[in-house]
Design a protein around this ligand. Structure first.
Ligand SMILES: Cc1cc2nc3c(=O)[nH]c(=O)nc-3n(C[C@H](O)[C@H](O)[C@H](O)COP(=O)(O)OP(=O)(O)OC[C@H]3O[C@@H](n4cnc5c(N)ncnc54)[C@H](O)[C@@H]3O)c2cc1C
Length: 370
């Protein structure tokens, strides 16, 4: 894949607020492409190029956005196309990791990459025995592959994790856009098809010192690792709101009976509650002094958003009925995408950790939650 800068003219550096308003303007176009991309299981290259062109990859990849601006961007892109939202979230995370843990030279290179419209991603998930990094000559070499790797074969800057000979996780910045290393057939799924999250083979890929980002263990460093999960809840929320809007559209035709009105009211409250949790989680997680409290808030928000997602799918399909399961009905893709994207790591343990953290808290402390 050629660099977007070679194919589109990137408009001058934009603030996050400008990029956000341009995302809003482009939402209809993104939505209109979603069904076709899903049908073909095709990576949304044109949409990604558009995000680059309007400066969104740059503004949200750099440290230019407030927590609420970033939340809005993730939520709105996710609402327009959940697969594109996942890709965009991976980009924000990947660029963030370079910013947080990279050297000054690496952050300068990041700024150049972002200005050129490069797409970042983070690939941690892997099939056994995992990816290893070992010394080879003056540099390093990788062995193994990544799975569920969003944009495998398309992401120009992939932050991968690799196990060192001391058993620690090292971040490595690699070229993730080599089609011969990607296996899209490994992503034979019902939903989120346009993320093209197949496997990516890193075997025998040479690595130079300058590609190592941070120290071993940095990727899992808290509170960033767990608190950063708020970003995927914002994207999920977008997918949830999309279904709520489809349900609203359905109900707005004809008379509204009390049973369906009550069902809509109940799920509207759940979705709005999820929004408020995500907003609070975003603000706490992105605060300078974010700590264990922010992590607990994000872990709780994960469960709230998951339950709102399951509720809205149930309410929408129950209300619309059999038609909701036809391939040409918008609810079909919306529910397939959201159903899969709600599957994030260790959901039960997230609630368990959050509950323990809240039980352990001093209830008399100055904390708006109590
Ligand atoms: C669309 C999509 C794109 C993705 N893109 C990427 C990507 O770009 N990069 C990347 O790194 N990953 C990616 N992933 C992977 C994702 O981040 C999660 O790691 C993955 O979806 C979680 O898999 P899982 O549902 O099997 O969760 P798991 O955490 O494996 O859990 C599966 C089930 O087992 C339970 N469970 C797990 N461990 C235990 C335990 N110890 N005890 C009891 N129960 C347990 C959980 O509660 C859950 O119910 C992507 C996933 C999706 C769906």
């Amino acid at each position: 894949m050629t660099s977007p800068a070679e194919r589109v003219r990137i408009e001058p550096r934009r603030s996050a607020a400008t990029a956000l308003s341009r995302i809003r303007t482009g939402l209809e176009d993104i939505r209109s492409n979603a069904a076709d991309l899903d049908r073909r299981g095709a990576f949304p290259e044109a949409d990604v190029l558009e995000l680059a062109r309007i400066g969104a990859l740059q503004a949200f990849g750099a440290d230019e956005a407030t927590a609420l601006e970033l939340m809005e961007a993730l939520r709105l892109v996710g609402r327009a196309n959940l697969s594109l939202g996942r890709i965009f979230e991976g980009h924000v995370n990947g660029a963030g990791l370079v910013r947080w843990y990279g050297t000054s030279g690496q952050t300068a290179a990041l700024a150049d990459d972002l200005a050129a419209g490069a797409l970042f991603g983070v690939w941690n998930t892997e099939p056994a025995p995992g990816v290893k990094i070992r010394r080879q000559g003056h540099g390093w070499v990788l062995q193994g592959s990544k799975s569920y790797a969003t944009g495998a074969g398309y992401v120009q800057r992939a932050l991968i994790t690799a196990e060192t000979s001391h058993g620690e996780r090292q971040l490595v910045l690699v070229d993730g856009a080599r089609p011969e290393r990607a296996d899209p057939s490994a992503w034979a799924v019902r939903g989120m098809r346009a993320t093209c999250s197949g496997t990516y083979d890193l075997t025998d890929m040479p690595v130079e010192d300058g590609q190592l980002i941070g120290a071993p263990g940095d990727y899992l460093r808290e509170p960033r690792f767990s608190a950063g999960a708020w970003r995927f809840t914002a994207v999920q929320l977008g997918g949830i709101e999309h279904i709520l809007i489809l349900l609203r559209d359905h109900l707005s035709i004809g008379e509204l009976d009390p049973i369906r009105a009550a069902r809509f009211g109940a799920v509207l409250a759940e979705v709005r509650s999820a929004y408020l949790w995500v907003r609070e989680a975003a603000v706490q997680a992105e605060a300078e002094n974010a700590g264990e409290d922010a992590v607990a808030m994000v872990l709780m928000a994960r469960g709230v958003v998951e339950r709102a997602g399951l509720a809205v799918m149930e309410a929408a399909t129950r209300t619309v009925g059999t038609k909701a399961f036809f391939a040409d009905h918008p609810l079909d893709q919306a529910c397939r995408d959201l159903g899969l994207y709600l599957r994030q790591p260790v959901p039960d343990q997230a609630l368990d950790r959050a509950a323990r953290a809240f039980v352990a808290r001093d209830a008399w402390r100055d904390d708006p939650l109590w």
